[in-house]
Ligand binder design. Structure first.
Ligand code: ITT
Length: 199
């Protein structure tokens, strides 16, 4: 069976990728299966740079295909913040604190002006040749709600409201989220650009 290492420690992302890859019969492993790799410093200045850092840390150490996602929330009223700092906006991977800070920064901003998008940049990295990497991006538009709602998903999902579905992402099942999410949309782009070397 084909195996791809997903360059993530985020269990929410890993669960979504496992579901999204089911139909390919691809075996998924994550950084949790390779504790010797340790923390990867994400010191790039764009989603793409950070995704490359994560993917290449794995390919250089393991010489296996690696897929990295660098993602985040861009809020228009905050000039695109938290952006690449989404995971550590208030506290490192402290989702409750990050959501509380977002609500406080948006205090007094009307619902119509709370437009935002989730962005996901994926890098599928060749085991030994970085020139053969595939880089794609996906996004999903929504609004930042005034109160958190729902307990599914992770991160900013309880505040990310999709008007067409009248739900926050945390109120969706994983299948509903995977039908519209930034990561799923990026994966559709990856499918269109799947490299021959993957076989
Ligand atoms: P890895 O680097 O180990 O993959 P991470 O959580 O640090 O995990 P990122 O550096 O890409 O991942 O940061 C993404 C942050 O953006 C994530 O921690 C959330 O705060 C937010 N985010 C990304 N996708 C999201 C989603 O689908 N739902 C809610 N929040 C999301």
């Amino acid at each position: 069976m084909k195996k791809i290492i997903i360059a993530t420690n985020n269990e929410g992302k890993a669960a979504e990728f496992a579901e999204l890859f089911k139909k390919y019969g691809v075996e998924i492993e994550t950084l949790k299966d390779y504790p010797e790799i340790g923390d990867i410093p994400e010191n790039g200045s764009t989603f793409e740079e950070n995704a490359k850092i994560k993917a290449h840390t794995i390919t250089r150490k393991l010489h296996l295909p690696a897929l990295a996602d660098d993602s985040g929330l861009q809020v228009d009223a905050l000039h695109g913040q938290p952006g690449i700092f989404s995971a550590r906006y208030a506290g490192d991977h402290d989702f409750a604190a990050n959501n509380a800070k977002l609500l406080s920064e948006l205090g007094g901003v009307s619902l119509e002006e709370r437009t935002a998008r989730f962005v996901s940049t994926l890098v599928l990295a060749h085991p030994d040749d970085e020139s053969k990497d595939v880089i794609v991006e996906g996004h999903v538009d929504g609004l930042i709600a005034t109160l958190p709602s729902g307990d599914g998903g992770f991160g900013y999902d309880p505040l990310f409201y999709i008007p067409e579905l009248e739900k926050t992402m945390a109120e969706m099942t994983m299948n509903e989220k995977n039908a519209i999410s930034h990561r799923a949309n990026a994966l559709v782009e990856l499918e269109k650009n799947m490299p021959d070397w993957i076989n």
